[in-house]
Design a protein around this ligand. Structure first.
Ligand SMILES: [Zn+2]
Length: 136
């Protein structure tokens, strides 16, 4: 997809590890240093114990499909439709779900519960968008 055609996230102190970790192939999830709660979307204060000792940690990079929608609307020029957008439960990151495009599979073949693996699409110099592929 052409770079100019995409909506890119704005990098902030709290979300930079998440959007840039793909350069190393790592899906970075914030964790609380006090209670180990996984914090996503990323924040700099733990919502459970209010600790400020939070730090990013690489997730396993696997998960399962929690829900999926097939989009037929071309929201952006250059966006290929239809495409499947999934909410993914991440393995080893209790309570954390990410939203990601499912690539490499017919959108209508994506089903809830399928195992997936995270990969990254470099959207620009600094930003790597997590995508998932079916791991079955
Ligand atoms: Zn905490």
């Amino acid at each position: 997809m052409p770079q100019a055609m995409r909506l890119l996230p704005e990098l902030t102190t709290e979300n930079t590890p998440f959007w840039t970790g793909g350069a190393r192939g790592e899906l970075m999830i914030m964790h609380c240093g006090q209670c180990d709660h996984a914090i996503h979307p990323p924040e700099l204060i733990c919502p459970i114990c209010l600790s400020r000792t939070v730090a990013p940690r690489a997730a396993k990079g696997t998960g399962s499909i929690y829900s999926v929608t097939v989009n037929h609307q071309q929201w952006l020029p250059g966006l290929e439709v239809p495409y499947a957008l999934a909410v993914v439960d991440l393995d080893g990151e209790e309570g954390v779900r990410i939203t990601a495009q499912v690539v490499g599979t017919e959108p209508n073949d994506v089903t809830i519960g399928q195992k997936v693996r995270v990969q990254f699409d470099q959207a620009c110099d600094d930003i790597w968008i997590p995508q998932v592929v079916i791991a079955d």
